[in-house]
Design a binder for this molecule. Structure first.
Ligand SMILES: Cc1cc2nc3c(=O)[nH]c(=O)nc-3n(C[C@H](O)[C@H](O)[C@H](O)COP(=O)(O)O)c2cc1C
Length: 210
């Protein structure tokens, strides 16, 4: 399995630069991977904006990712790794999903309605996870480095407002995509739990009592 987390942290004030000709090619690959990732299965039609899928993909290309990184760091005082990640990537894909759980039903304690929408939400979220994993595998197969981050401040209302993402969506993944051959200083880090993997979680089951 070649897929692995590759975190690329750039310098917010001297972000990476991918030469234009390469950037155009890489952007086209990312666009295709996002489109193909959308072949993930989904159980329920979500039906928002006449779209069946329970997920949305918001792509920020390199210049927009870097602009957002600068705004977050210098105007919003974001001292987390998010601005450096935005300034080290070739593109970032913000994958959101659309929960059905109605805050009004929660307030009114409408249990039947809550249970039904919570069950559907589990499956919307599972489908969106499958879409994200598709994206990681497709990008990996195309030779690009990836990092699935839960997104930190990128999931906050202030960022959704800046990017015009509806408040009804919830961020499940900020997929940072590394473009090879970028110019500029970066720090690279692996996934924290990579070496903790094993196979003892696999169970071969049979009928009990036989
Ligand atoms: C839903 C989800 C959210 C994640 N969010 C983060 C995150 O916010 N920060 C982080 O360092 N890694 C995050 N990761 C990546 C994991 O840390 C990483 O997959 C793990 O360390 C194993 O490394 P590997 O992907 O190279 O096998 C996330 C992974 C998933 C599936």
């Amino acid at each position: 399995m070649r897929r692995r987390t590759e975190k690329i942290l750039g310098d917010v004030d001297a972000p990476v630069q991918t030469p234009d000709s390469q950037r155009t090619q890489f952007d086209a690959v990312v666009r295709k991977c996002v489109l193909d990732a959308g072949w993930a299965p989904f159980h329920f039609v979500r039906g928002i904006d006449d779209l069946a899928e329970p997920w949305r993909a918001h792509i920020l290309w390199q210049d927009q990712a870097q602009a957002l990184g600068k705004v977050l760091k210098h105007q919003h005082g974001d001292a987390t790794k998010v601005p450096p990640l935005l300034c080290g990537c070739g593109a970032v894909v913000l994958v959101t999903w659309l929960p059905e759980c109605d805050p009004l039903a929660l307030q009114n304690g409408d249990c039947a309605s809550i249970q039904k929408s919570a069950a559907r939400d589990e499956e919307h979220l599972a489908a969106t996870g499958a879409m994200v994993q598709n994206l990681l595998l497709l990008l990996t197969a195309a030779g690009m480095g990836t990092y699935w981050s839960s997104g930190g401040n990128l999931g906050k209302p202030v960022v959704f407002d800046l990017l015009g993402i509806p408040a009804s969506e919830r961020l499940i993944a900020a997929v940072f995509v590394d473009y090879a051959d970028t110019q500029g200083e970066v720090t690279k880090k692996p996934g924290a739990h990579r070496d903790k993997r094993g196979s003892d979680w696999i169970r071969e089951v049979s009928l009990q009592g036989d």
